[in-house]
Ligand binder design. Structure first.
Ligand SMILES: Cc1cc2nc3c(=O)[nH]c(=O)nc-3n(C[C@H](O)[C@H](O)[C@H](O)COP(=O)(O)OP(=O)(O)OC[C@H]3O[C@@H](n4cnc5c(N)ncnc54)[C@H](O)[C@@H]3O)c2cc1C
Length: 358
């Protein structure tokens, strides 16, 4: 078994996350203890600037961190990635007051934030009308509509929300979950990751004052700054999830020589993608095509590794609660989460054997 990036996730923390992960597979659970464990070890600051109590990582470390985290527990890694996406958007804003009041609490694990922004990029793009309308007022914006996906919504103190103005420009704002007019829907029972408590949110004339507007109004607000859809984080989470399947397979192969070449081939592919992601992260600017190709490769690997692990574990792996069946369900997540259209198309072509990966 290879543990990727052991220097970023100390063994004790990794073991604690792995011990928790089996219980994080239903609506009855939330990764509270895992997040608290990370907080106790000062590991919640990766997306928070140092002057506000964070411990920012270099781009290469960030890839390593996300791989290590999702290898240990995908639910925790995913929930934290949404919180970190909120942190990125706050960090990119010009509001030093928001940063100094919120970041130290987020870094200590005393507050939780999340994002409801996919309706500006990957969700509801075929609908003729915006999911959330933003109407300017003298001192801010009024938001009306529904946000289809918000993970950890019911546990969030603050939510980054997006809206579209009449002229097509967009804004991002930060709003407390308890603000008047905001209603969190019931958490969805999902194929996997139900413990992420992903829900829709209704906004009825929700007021966001100007000092809580994080970005915009501007065309394509999600393309501003480095935290756009399809960044390396999503691929890193896929590679971490793939790695836990590969490690399961390597464990089986240690007792069953016939599995050795299969496990070795998948382990080599995992190591190559991990290497290529770290190499790309070290560049000053990563071409969008490279980000897309890495996501395609990570998606393809996570699906195949999970299926190989299930096949190796045989019928025992098909029983509800076995890590192999859970791995297959979790791998499917990467087909739908923050998946840009070219990556979806590549996956569909791969399934239909229409042509190659690129
Ligand atoms: C578990 C989970 C957690 C998530 N958490 C978050 C989060 O915390 N924050 C966040 O911002 N986002 C989140 N997302 C959103 C995610 O990043 C994607 O935006 C989302 O998965 C896209 O799926 P959709 O069903 O909304 O897509 P849509 O494109 O809206 O598709 C919905 C349906 O519309 C129909 N349709 C699609 N395209 C067309 C077309 N061209 N013509 C006609 N009909 C069409 C299809 O029937 C499809 O099933 C989450 C998603 C998942 C699955």
């Amino acid at each position: 078994m290879t543990v990727l990036s052991p220097h970023l996730l100390p063994a004790g923390v990794r073991e604690a996350l792995i011990a928790e992960t089996a219980g994080l597979d239903s609506l009855d659970a939330w990764p509270h203890r895992s997040l608290q464990c990370l907080a106790r070890h000062s590991l919640l600051g990766a997306a928070i600037p140092a002057e506000f109590g964070g411990r920012p990582l270099s781009p290469v470390e960030s890839v390593e961190w996300h791989v290590a985290l999702s290898e240990a527990c995908l639910v925790t890694a995913f929930v934290l990635s949404q919180r970190d996406a909120a942190c990125h958007r706050i960090a990119l804003s010009s509001s030093s007051e928001l940063k100094s009041s919120l970041f130290p609490r987020l870094a200590r694990g005393d507050a939780f934030a999340t994002v409801g922004i996919s309706h500006l990029s990957t969700s509801r793009q075929h609908c003729g009308t915006p999911a959330v309308r933003a109407i300017p007022t003298d001192d801010g914006y009024r938001l009306d509509g529904s946000i289809p996906w918000v993970s950890g919504a019911r546990y969030a103190d603050e939510i980054v929300v997006g809206g579209t103005l009449a002229d097509g420009t967009q804004i991002l704002g930060l709003t407390p979950r308890t603000v008047r007019g905001l209603a969190v829907g019931p958490s969805q029972e999902l194929m996997a990751l139900s413990s992420s408590h992903t829900a829709s949110i209704e906004l009825r004339d929700v007021f966001v004052p100007n000092d809580r507007i994080l970005a915009g109004p501007v065309a394509g607000v999600m393309k501003q700054g480095p935290a756009g859809t399809g960044s390396l984080t999503t691929s890193a989470l896929a590679v971490g999830s793939a790695s836990s399947s590969v490690n399961r397979l390597l464990g089986e192969a240690s007792r069953r020589p016939d599995l050795e070449p299969i496990a070795a081939a998948l382990a080599m592919e995992r190591d190559e993608i991990f290497h290529d992601m770290r190499e790309a992260a070290a560049w000053d600017a990563i071409p969008p095509k490279t980000i897309e190709q890495l996501r395609q490769r990570a998606n393809s690997l996570v699906l195949r590794a999970a299926q190989a692990s299930l096949a190796a574990c045989k019928g025992a792996g098909y029983v509800r609660g076995h890590p192999a069946e859970r791995g297959v369900r979790e791998a499917m997540f990467f087909l739908v989460w923050s998946c840009p259209q070219p990556v979806v198309s590549a996956a569909l072509r791969e399934f239909a054997c229409v042509d190659g990966l690129t």
